[in-house]
Write a protein that binds this ligand. Sequence first.
Ligand SMILES: C[C@@](CO)(OP(=O)(O)O)[C@H](O)COP(=O)(O)OP(=O)(O)OC[C@H]1O[C@@H](n2ccc(N)nc2=O)[C@H](O)[C@@H]1O
Ligand SMILES: Nc1ncnc2c1ncn2[C@@H]1O[C@H](COP(=O)(O)OP(=O)(O)O)[C@@H](O)[C@H]1O
Length: 291
Amino acid sequence: MTTHAIPTHAELVLPAPAKLNLMLHILGRRADGYHELQTLFQFLDHGDELGFALRADGQIRLHTEMPGVTHDSNLIVRAARQLQQLSGTALGADIWLDKRLPMGGGIGGGSSDAATTLLGLNHLWQLGWDEDRLASLGLGLGADVPVFVRGRAAFAEGVGERLTPVTLNEPWFLVAIPQVLVSTAEVFNDPELTRDTPPIKVRSLLEGGGRNDCQPVVEKRYSAVRNALILLNNFVPARLTGTGACVFGSFPNQDDADKVARQLPATLPSFVAQGRNVSLLHQQLQALAKK
Ligand SMILES: C[C@@](CO)(OP(=O)(O)O)[C@H](O)COP(=O)(O)OP(=O)(O)OC[C@H]1O[C@@H](n2ccc(N)nc2=O)[C@H](O)[C@@H]1O
Ligand SMILES: Nc1ncnc2c1ncn2[C@@H]1O[C@H](COP(=O)(O)OP(=O)(O)O)[C@@H](O)[C@H]1O
């Protein structure tokens, strides 16, 4: 994969930040098989980057290949095509992706790419869609897309679509990336999954409180995740994000996080990033709107 995947003639370059699920409770299972959750989302100042340029011929072309994902099934292309169809625009786009986030890591790379595509093309095509409309289109692409569209750290309920913005501390996180792909569907189908955690009120949610109900199942099934948690727990209380595979711990400053990162074995890649209550994507779009 190229590291500088975005050419200089891209007209708009925007970030697609990662997220963490600081806690994740499973309250029950709906008739359609999906699970009712309560989860706390915070963004990181680390993520993918996307470049966009207008095409007058109406075509949507993603120029970056992703292993295991075909062009047409890429969430970026699906988001762009749906926005194009529903808005009725005759315009198309060339799109480039600098993929920095691990796939299927529970840090929301695909969902964030989709949200950045929706907001980026809304800007480039001058559609004037509001956040509500973009978030509801996004929900059809994935449960985590709306929070990236809205760009505010949030307590999420339902399958992640009912969002209450929250203001959290913004510590530094060390995110370790066990080298294994965790299947979200498999975790949610596990008979041993805890599905009856009582609901909590957002105001009673203490920072750092709660737990990730998926963690026991993922630890049991994936030894790479189990070992990463054991390793990180030697330095800091460690937790799984989403359905994994990534695990994280928080630190009051970057130096402390970096020190631990240096002590992890080469077999467990990691990165250090700061928690953000406002996503970098929104900060950049606000700056563009002021120009
Ligand atoms: C649970 C979270 C928390 O952030 O995990 P991560 O994907 O980030 O790890 C997400 O909401 C995941 O959202 P997303 O990754 O979009 O899941 P989807 O592709 O829609 O779902 C994959 C499969 O997981 C199960 N699923 C997913 C979400 C949910 N609330 N209940 C479920 O039962 C369903 O079987 C579904 O077919
Ligand atoms: N642009 C994209 N980036 C990452 N994954 C994508 C993308 N488009 C489609 N996918 C598919 O979505 C799956 C989940 O993606 P990702 O968001 O990285 O994981 P998670 O939801 O666990 O954080 C990937 O395994 C891949 O098959």
